[in-house]
Design a binder for this molecule. Structure first.
Ligand code: ADP
Length: 507
């Protein structure tokens, strides 16, 4: 395949800014494509003046509303274009939520601008020295990029990836003029969504190709149960939609070299994992484990209903009756946070709850735990279970979305034959979580079986290369759909009208 210029646009990218799996994907997929010979770059908001400190200005927004800076550094796998606006800078490192835990009020304008700038780069109006073949937008924050590209009949292909359909970017329709978009976008066949606008519809409706982050989730979101009210639109575009499983960065997440660990291990020498376990318990002030029947359970992730965090809080008294330790790292719904903190006070020595985001601690937990709990109600892909497996922690998951696609259940047969690497819970319910933990502890007490599970888990290879090849095919298909337009050809009159209107609207 010929080398492509691919502009990713997203709200997160590890290691610059990461809130969840979206950041991990943007930190790895563009690099995997670059390794395959493509010229990939990422357009990302600058949420903090620190992010732009070492960057060089490449363009000013025509309306004076901000700047585009280019940032290249050894810790970045590909060049990054930073969109710096006063509104984004004001977020001071918090991309989505204010200190009070509420979304930023200027979200539609700021992320609306992000989409607009991506389309301007595609059209050659900004960052003129580099012209992409494909714009790859991600999640609702970037949903307006395909809208603008559609309105302008762009010759550049647009691809939109759904990382989580639970977040749709819903705003009142009166924002439309301030976004510079025509009133025709307030229509069910465009951005309108039950009397409001949904930014994600821009991507779902207008991108040339749609992807999501696991094959199972691609099927699920076409059903009312998982479709967030958008399943009809997704069914209508089913021939454009594909599910491509995320990979993980096997270098950044390697228990044999991870700088966050003191005791390194891998599948051929797993013993040092026990030392990491001791270190984790000690570091969090939990009682040491002195027998072979007491596992360390872990939670790393957002404390939200999607993840089933309320279920965890609910089963806590029952769990704490068992011989185990439990380590929780995450933040999210305030009620769940409070319930977990209360529980940690009730069971000191057995339960540690760490609220907040701590990358190094996350690595140490994956390394030191025996099991990871993920009782998700839905899970587009899930990366935590993949990290856990690589670090020899066995995931207990609801078999939905990417969890179903990545975790093979320890059924009654030997894990040796089935390749089992985890446990499927019967469903996102408290009883299923307790039953799953009981089942897992039963196997934990049979060291031969448990070691086989660990071996299977640690040898799963969720690398990015095959996923990057699948994205290449999507880009290719999107480009093949584009009518050939000679370079420099005059835009149509409709396109010119749209541009003029857009220029007026953005003032
Ligand atoms: P999602 O993107 O839905 O939150 P994923 O499992 O796909 O869930 O990815 C979550 C990513 O965020 C993983 O890299 C996980 O280790 C990380 N993570 C989640 N919560 C925390 C936290 N509190 N501290 C550190 N890392 C976290």
């Amino acid at each position: 395949m010929r080398s492509l210029k691919i502009l990713f646009v997203a709200a997160e990218m590890a290691p610059l800014v990461k809130v969840g799996g979206l950041g991990d994907v943007l930190g790895a997929l563009p690099a995997a494509l670059a390794a395959r010979g493509h010229d990939a770059r990422v357009l990302l908001p600058a949420y903090d003046p620190i992010m732009t400190r070492k960057a060089r200005v490449v363009d000013l927004l025509p309306d004076g509303g901000g700047r585009i800076l280019e940032y290249r550094a050894s810790e970045l796998p590909v060049p990054v274009l930073l969109l710096e606006t006063p509104g984004f800078l004001r977020r001071a490192g918090r991309p989505y939520l204010t200190c009070a835990g509420t979304p930023w009020a200027d979200d539609p304008l700021q992320f609306g601008r992000l989409g607009r700038v991506a389309a301007d780069i595609a059209a050659g109006r900004l960052v003129r020295a580099w012209h992409p073949d494909v714009v790859h937008a991600n999640d609702w924050h970037t949903g307006l990029a395909p809208v603008w590209m559609h309105l302008e009949e762009s010759a550049v292909a647009s691809v939109f990836t759904i990382h989580n359909l639970g977040y749709i970017g819903r705003f009142p329709t009166n924002i439309l003029p301030r976004l510079g978009l025509p009133g025709s976008m307030n229509h069910p066949d465009a951005l309108e969504f039950y009397g409001d606008l949904a930014f994600i519809k821009g991507g779902l409706r207008f991108a040339d190709r749609l992807t999501t982050v696991s094959p199972r989730y691609a099927e699920e979101i076409q059903t009312p149960a998982f479709g967030s009210g958008l399943d009809g639109l997704l069914r209508a575009r089913t021939d454009r939609l594909s599910g491509i499983l995320n990979g993980i960065d096997l270098e950044a997440w390697n228990p044999a070299t991870d700088p966050a660990l003191e005791n390194h291990f891998d599948v051929s020498r797993p013993d040092a994992k026990l030392d990491e376990r001791d270190r984790l318990l000690h570091g969090l002030g939990l009682d040491a484990v002195t027998d072979a029947q007491t596992p360390v359970l872990a939670w790393v992730g957002r404390l939200t209903a999607q993840k089933g965090a309320d279920l965890l809080a609910e089963v806590m008294p029952g769990l704490m009756e068992r011989s185990l330790r439990l380590v929780v790292l995450g933040s999210g719904d305030r009620d769940t946070e409070r319930a977990l903190v209360r529980a940690a006070r009730s069971w000191p020595g057995k339960l540690a709850v760490h609220l907040g985001f701590d990358e190094a601690l996350a690595h140490q937990i994956y390394a030191g735990a025996d099991m990871l709990l993920m009782p998700s109600r839905f899970e587009p892909c899930g990366l935590a279970q993949m990290f856990a497996m690589r670090y020899g922690s066995i995931p207990l998951v609801t078999p939905v979305g990417g969890l179903a696609d990545t975790v093979i259940d320890m059924s009654q047969e030997s894990p040796h034959e089935t390749g089992a690497c985890g446990f499927h819970l019967a469903g996102p319910a408290p009883s299923a979580l307790v039953e799953g933990v009981n089942r897992a502890i039963g196997v934990f007490c049979q060291p031969d079986q448990w070691h086989l599970l660990m071996r299977n888990a640690m040898t799963c290879r969720f690398d990015w290369d095959s996923s990057a090849a699948a994205y290449e095919r999507v880009y290719q298909a999107a480009l093949e759909d584009k009518p050939a337009r000679p370079a420099g050809a005059a835009p149509s009159r409709r396109r010119l009208r749209i541009r003029q209107r857009a220029a007026l609207g953005s003032r």
